[in-house]
Design a protein. Sequence first.
Length: 173
Amino acid sequence: MRKAAVNLDNVNKIFLSHEHGDHIGGIQVLNMLGEVELFIPRSFSSRLKRRLSASSNVTLVEVDEALEISEGFYSTGELGRFIKEHAMIVETDNGLTVITGCSHPGLDNILKEASKIGDIYGVVGGFHGFRKLEALKEVKLIAPCHCTVLKKEILDLYPERSIKCSAGCSIEI
C-alpha cells in the first residue's frame, strides 16, 4: 500500500473474500485506519470474528446474501460448500467487473451470481482450479491472478482480452 501511495485516510471499507492466510494476513492494517467497515463471509470462524471486531474502529459486516456495499460496489453473497467466499462486483462505465479471491466456489458460479446484477465486462482475481474456460467467451477483460491453475491456457485462448496479473500490478477496469 505504501508503494502504491494509498492514502489510508481514504480507506473506510475493507472486503475479505475468504478465510485463508494469504487473503487475510495483512489485516493488521486495521490498526492504521480510522473508522472502517469490514465485509466478511458469515462463515468466518468465531475466533477470527472476535479478533477482527476487537478493534474499536471496526464495524464487522457478516455477509451471507448478495448486497450493495456502497454505490456501485456489491458482494455476490457467500458462495460455496466447503470453502466459502464472496466476490466483489464493481460497476464501471464498461459494465460490471468481478473481483475474486480464489474462486473456490467455482468461477462459473461466481459469474452467474454477478450476472444477476448486470452484464459482466471483466473478471480479475484468482480462478483456482477453474476449467470451464468457455464461460469466459463473452468477458471483455480477463485477468487471471494468484492461484489460477490454467493461467497460461486462459492467456493463450483469449490473448486479445486477457492480461497478466500479479501482486502490485495495476489494472484499469
